[in-house]
Design a protein around this ligand. Sequence first.
Ligand code: SF4
Length: 290
Amino acid sequence: MASYYKRVFKPSFREYLYVIPGKKSFFGCLKLLWNLIKPNAVTYPVAVTVLTTYCSLKCAKCNNLMPCYKEPYHIPAETVLKDIETLLSHTDICIKLELLGGEPFIYPELNKVIEGVKKFNNVLCVAFTTNATVIPSEETLKLIASLKNKKIVISDYGVKNQKPEELMEVCKAYGIPCARSVSEYWADPGGLECREKSEEQLGIEYEKCYSSRYCRTLLNGKMYACARAASLTDLGYMDGSHDSFDIRAKRSDKEFRKEFRKFLTLDYADACNYCDHYKSIHIPAGEQLE
Ligand code: SF4
């Protein structure tokens, strides 16, 4: 099993420092420390939750493969909330719950999900990653603003229908912290074919990858090693059993925690067999298909 320190402990503290605004309290840090080191602790930096596979852009090299969905779909809010609730009922601290698409601001039941996640006290921050092509409605903005700790992150690739300045202005007006992440280049994830890498090589790549620590992704009742693993499995390109944890399976709290900790410290992911990130081949970010 990979090191708990590298895969869970360190990224959790890093994410904590990033999402908690202002000066961090001594007791907050101590609480996090205890919830990382106590026996059978389940604390992790990020749970990305897919709401929809619809997107308002069509990025040719989307790491999450959204343009590959010939029949995109929205996941019913009831299902999303039930899965989040199951996961969080066996969690000590989820530092960031990230609501993602596709594009989350075109998800029709977003308000229902935001209302639903308000009650979870073990989530330290609720974040929304958006391409800023859609400005959320007033009702949605008010709901986001009402969350205890929230953040909107704009992935800005300079595509012409993106409106990052407008969204930032709106966020400011509603008191919602908003960060703009400008990317000129992406690392090319390559095609969808299996590269037949050795387990050792998969381990090296998984270990190095940012996504393997900060993009564990919840989709249709399963938590995946990264967002690409979730989409590859959902689209039928790989089997996904090695790279996922079925949160809907019946288990006691003790069993859930034990098995989930194993999942958090996987040695490698099969998904890296379908990905070239480790090569760091730079390509222009957000190039659009027709
Ligand atoms: S498939 Fe592997 S290398 Fe690619 S994003 Fe996922 S963890 Fe990273």
